[in-house]
Design a protein around this ligand. Structure first.
Ligand SMILES: NC(=O)c1ccc[n+]([C@@H]2O[C@H](COP(=O)([O-])OP(=O)(O)OC[C@H]3O[C@@H](n4cnc5c(N)ncnc54)[C@H](OP(=O)(O)O)[C@@H]3O)[C@@H](O)[C@H]2O)c1
Length: 277
């Protein structure tokens, strides 16, 4: 498994597991649980969730899936912007820890920037670190201007990742944000690597994947895995698809294939406003 280093020096599996919409439908619960657990078996030990997902039901399902396996996984969860204040964050964090059934969250992210000043959120993250409730903190959906502002606040340099929308059809961050993060050795956690499934039906990707003897999902993931300092967190509630996705790890793309994908899915030619889902 390719591993990506955080600024703190700890390394993460470059292919993780997303969990948005997991835990929301009891009929799918068993399959989703099996997929998550199988993912851990295959080395996809980074699990991404959020207090927002299913109003905590995703965190609860993750908690059940990792029961007895705490030492094997790296748990990322996210705090709502309206809970990112010095008063609200401790309670939000306790609620996430309780639902996840863990003492310490490995990486706690600000889900997106809201009305709470970044400096206040950083102070709240640091207090949680000092009290041993989180190990590291980071952000999500912050554009370059916001990252520059974060870097300027007291303690802001402690940020460990920026979780961003990044896939073959959403390459805007390559213009300025991704190089800025790379200069600082801050990895990107690429969310919605399949554009929530839509990318996998794109005729140019379907055709290209067939020519390469891969599936569209494998090409989409292998392309992300080829990017420096990028972790991908695809979501699936299916054990079979989980296996299919994990096989992308054993199909690294050649420089020629990367060039062909570049021709099919163009890189930005100028600044692009940060896109979010
Ligand atoms: N920070 C943020 O603001 C933010 C925003 C969005 C997402 N995220 C995180 O990123 C994770 C991934 O993004 P996402 O859930 O939005 O979308 P995604 O991973 O791009 O796509 C998930 C969709 O693709 C389908 N899928 C998965 N593997 C497949 C395969 N091999 N073949 C065909 N279809 C497949 C899934 O269906 P099945 O489940 O039925 O397989 C699901 O419908 C989220 O779960 C969440 O943890 C973060």
């Amino acid at each position: 498994m390719k591993r990506i280093a955080l600024p703190c020096g700890e390394t993460l599996s470059a292919l993780g597991q997303g969990t948005w919409r997991i835990g929301e439908d009891n009929r799918r619960r068993k399959g989703e649980m099996a997929a998550l657990r199988h993912g851990i078996d295959l080395g996809l030990t980074l699990i991404d969730t959020a207090e927002m997902y299913g109003d905590g039901r995703s965190e609860s399902l993750v908690g059940e899936a990792i029961a007895g396996r705490r030492g094997e996984v790296f748990i990322v969860t996210k705090v709502y912007p309206h809970n990112a204040s010095r008063h609200a964050m401790p309670t939000a964090c306790d609620n996430s820890r309780r639902r996840l059934g863990i003492e310490v969250i490995d990486l706690y992210l600000l889900h997106w920037s809201g009305s709470v000043p970044l400096g206040e959120s950083v102070e709240a993250f640091e207090r949680l670190q000092q009290s041993g409730k989180i190990r590291y903190w980071g952000v999500s959906n912050l554009d370059l201007r916001q990252m520059v502002a974060l870097e300027a606040v007291h303690g802001g340099a402690g940020v460990q990742t920026n979780q961003l929308l990044y896939n073959l059809t959403r390459r805007g961050i390559e213009w300025d944000l991704l190089p800025w993060l790379r200069q600082r050795h801050i990895p990107v956690m690429a969310y919605s690597p399949f554009e929530q499934g839509g990318l996998l039906k794109a005729p140019r990707l379907v055709k290209y994947a067939r020519q390469q003897g891969m599936t569209p999902a494998q090409v989409a993931l292998a392309w992300l895995l080829a990017q420096d300092g990028v972790v991908a967190i695809p979501k699936t509630g299916s054990r079979e698809r989980l296996e299919e996705n994990a096989r992308a790890l054993s199909r690294p793309l050649t420089p020629q294939q990367l060039g062909e994908l570049n021709a099919l899915f163009a890189a930005p030619t100028g600044p692009v406003s940060l896109e979010m889902i």
